[in-house]
Design a protein around this ligand. Sequence first.
Ligand SMILES: [Zn+2]
Length: 258
Amino acid sequence: MTGMVLAGVEKNGLVAWQFAKLAAFEGLCHGVFGRRGGVSTGPFASLNVAFSCGDVPENVVRNRTRVARWTGLQKAVYLNQVHGDTVQVLTRETVAGGLTTVKADAVVTDARQQLLVIQVADCQAVMLFDPVRRVIANVHSGWRGSVRNILGKTVDIMVRRFGCRADDLRAAIGPSLGPCCAEFVHYRRELPRPFWPYQDHRHRFDFWAISCDQLTAAGLRPDFIVHSGICTRCRSEEFYSYRASHRTGRFAVVIGLK
Ligand SMILES: [Zn+2]
């Protein structure tokens, strides 16, 4: 991968990318999986982790197993993502209860050995980590999530439920639709007025900047926020992109405490 932010890490023949700023923390596991290294075929080739897009379920299971094996963590939580703003809290008790799929667009936990997975194709997956309290979150923030400020809500729950300090939190925004490709012709009815300054003359919006600003508004330090700078639509050979092709898979962005 080009750029300084993400570095490829190969394990068991599978490559995932890591943010240097998160990889530096002991006991934290994270990875951005592209579309290579899986068993799915056709428009879903090859590491699709989503059941909902029309892929062969057996292949999705095998892909999810490959992702889990790369991380070495025992359990994984996949969200039933609905472009809402529900934040699921996983305590050590709910994890022990065997919870595996929840309807939410963000998930927070302090439990170890619990992989939090976000599935995306253009939407942002945003990982959060508190190295002091040892709390993690993974957030699905497409444009509807941005409108609902699910990032701010997730930070708020980390603070209120887990005693995190917002200025301790690290954030990493995964590959997603960039300002080069996020054209919103109908922005006047789809996006709130405070978002309008984030566009260029062709109504292309910088949702990376919107997320950075939502996170700093929630109390994060700007120097603790990193984004990949990679647009999924421009790099659709490496990442699934819904705007590049509506019939496509979802790639996995994962974070977990070892
Ligand atoms: Zn682009």
